[in-house]
Design a protein around this ligand. Structure first.
Ligand code: NAD
Length: 491
């Protein structure tokens, strides 16, 4: 059993303009392992969102004017405060988010690096000097946008929230964050505690929380308010489409990172021990609730049986249960709605002829690691993002067939290829319709400084490194004439 504190955090309110502010109502935030009450969270209203936007707008001029190294220093301080409190985050990720202890440790370590890599962005090139026909001093320079709304999901509440706002802050924008109603503490109010302790000026970073019932109205305000200049969204494709459409109508910038239906391709010359281990991690890490989870394992016919024996033997060892026990690598799904949805996908597939090779049991919010074969396009699980601990294994004969199977989805987040032939994999990678391709690894990969993002229905825009600078700044062409521009004599 566990030494990570299981107690509920003291919820001080929402964080607006440097103050902790209550809402008229609260909603219950449950521990998905046993549905006990984790915390009572302020159920913020549209009016609360307006106040947070106003606070961020008021803080913007001074924050944007602050010297870049001062912003960097504050982000580095936030990284240190985060590290000092990492056990509190790990506890929240387990008891609020339903994550395995090891996932919490990984996430806590990664978030500190997200803060630090964003601090490094403050020192990056923010402009270019262009040639001019008239001998002008001609520059393309980057400027902060203003208030950025950040809407984050529950599955990696630390990493995906941090990724959503730290680069925007580094560039001189101010933030209103709305975390998921499933992780309002780990993905929201906890960050407010960190940035308050790090000494960020009031109003630069604001957090409002709200229930699923309030999110449509609050979300619309966060996107449509005239004072919000851009939206940073990570979540489902359905909600992302809605937000991107509204941003389009209001001509605002949007960076939207959405769902996936990712394939791992295993070619006949792959190291099958490594492939089985990688497939097990890619499919079942955090119960398959990662946008980059390996949802389809495509296996070349000749090695199918050998691979399956190795893969099933490994997956069978994963234990499912309450996250209080560190040996339960597979925790609950985040809520009962998600658990029922995944169960329905398994039932639909089995009713239409899929075989259960492993698992298949569902109880409370838990779904055992499940492996399905004989799956085809008539089944919902072929097309829909499962976002649960269910892997589909599909045999193929040729490279072309594997590429076609990989591309047979509306999504395009990541693809992965296992082979001893690097040149063959690089050749195949050119034809895979995804924003990211990993060779001799599984699908789940991210680093703070790389261009992370998808194509097709997996999103628009990139997070990470200098690509975040593009997302959270606007370009201005500024020229300085030194007498080189001549006008027609008629003028
Ligand atoms: P979700 O879309 O239901 O919720 C995401 C966020 O949007 C939450 O904060 C939610 O409260 C908010 N939201 C919901 N309705 C809204 C509305 N009408 N207006 C404004 N905001 C609204 O997604 P989720 O269930 O939290 O997360 C799981 C999904 O996120 C999966 O599809 C997963 O693939 C995707 N995801 C993508 C990435 C990526 O980087 N591509 C990373 C993680 C998760």
């Amino acid at each position: 059993m566990l030494d990570t504190p299981n107690s509920s955090p003291a919820i001080k309110g929402m964080y607006i303009g440097g103050n902790w502010v209550p809402a008229a109502r609260t909603f219950d935030d449950l521990n998905p392992s046993d549905n006990t009450l984790y915390a009572r969270i302020p159920d913020g209203s549209v009016d609360c969102a307006r106040k947070a936007i106003a606070a961020a707008k008021a803080a913007f001029p001074a924050w944007a004017a602050l010297r870049f190294h001062e912003r960097a220093r504050l982000l580095l301080k936030a990284a240190d405060v985060w590290e000092a409190r990492k056990d509190d985050f790990i506890a929240a990720a387990m008891h609020e988010g339903g994550g395995w202890y090891g996932k919490g440790v990984f996430e806590a370590g990664y978030v500190a690096e997200v803060f630090r890599s964003s601090a490094a962005l403050c020192y990056q090139n923010i402009g270019e000097v262009l040639p001019s026909e008239h001998g002008k001093f001609s520059t393309a320079t980057r400027w902060p946008l203003g208030v950025v709304s950040v809407i984050s999901p529950w599955n990696m509440p630390g990493i995906l929230t941090a990724r959503g706002f730290t680069a925007a802050l580094a560039m001189g924008n101010t933030i209103v964050l709305k975390p998921s109603e499933d992780t309002p503490y780990a993905g929201g109010l906890f960050f407010a505690e960190i940035l308050e302790e790090a000494g960020f000026p009031p109003g630069v970073f604001n957090v409002i929380t709200c229930s699923r019932d309030s999110v449509a109205a609050v979300g619309d305000e966060l996107v449509e308010s005239r004072d919000v200049k851009a939206v940073s969204f990570t979540g489902s494709t359905a909600v992302g489409r809605h937000i991107a459409a509204k941003c389009g109508a209001h001509l605002k910038k949007a960076c939207v990172e959405l769902g996936g239906k990712d394939s791992l391709i295993i070619l006949e010359d792959a190291d099958l021990e490594h492939a089985a281990k990688a497939a097990n991690f890619g499919s079942f890490m955090h119960q398959g609730q990662v946008c980059m989870s390996t949802e389809k394992i495509l296996v070349q016919q000749d090695i199918y049986d050998v691979f399956m024996a190795k893969f099933l033997a490994r997956a069978a060892k994963l234990r499912t249960g309450h996250t209080n026990d560190k040996d339960n690598v597979i925790g609950p799904l985040v809520n009962n709605r998600q658990a029922k949805r995944v169960q329905a996908l398994i039932e639909d597939a089995v009713a239409k002829g899929a075989h259960i090779e492993l698992g298949g049991k569902c109880w409370d919010n838990f779904v055992e690691p499940t492996v399905l074969t004989n799956v085809d396009a008539s089944m919902n699980i072929w097309n829909e993002e499962t976002f649960g601990p269910v892997a589909i294994v599909v045999p193929f004969r040729t490279e072309q067939e594997a590429i076609a199977l990989n591309n047979d989805t509306e999504y395009g987040l990541t693809a992965a290829i296992m082979t001893a032939d690097e040149a063959r994999a690089l050749r195949m990678a050119e034809h895979l319709e995804t924003g990211m391709v990993h060779i001799n690894c599984q699908n789940i990969n991210d680093e703070p400084h790389v261009p992370f993002g998808g194509v097709k229905a997996s999103g628009v825009g990139r997070y990470g490194g200098r690509w975040s600078i593009d997302a959270f700044t606007e370009l201005r062409w500024i020229t300085l004439d030194r007498g080189g521009r001549h006008f027609p004599p008629a003028f």
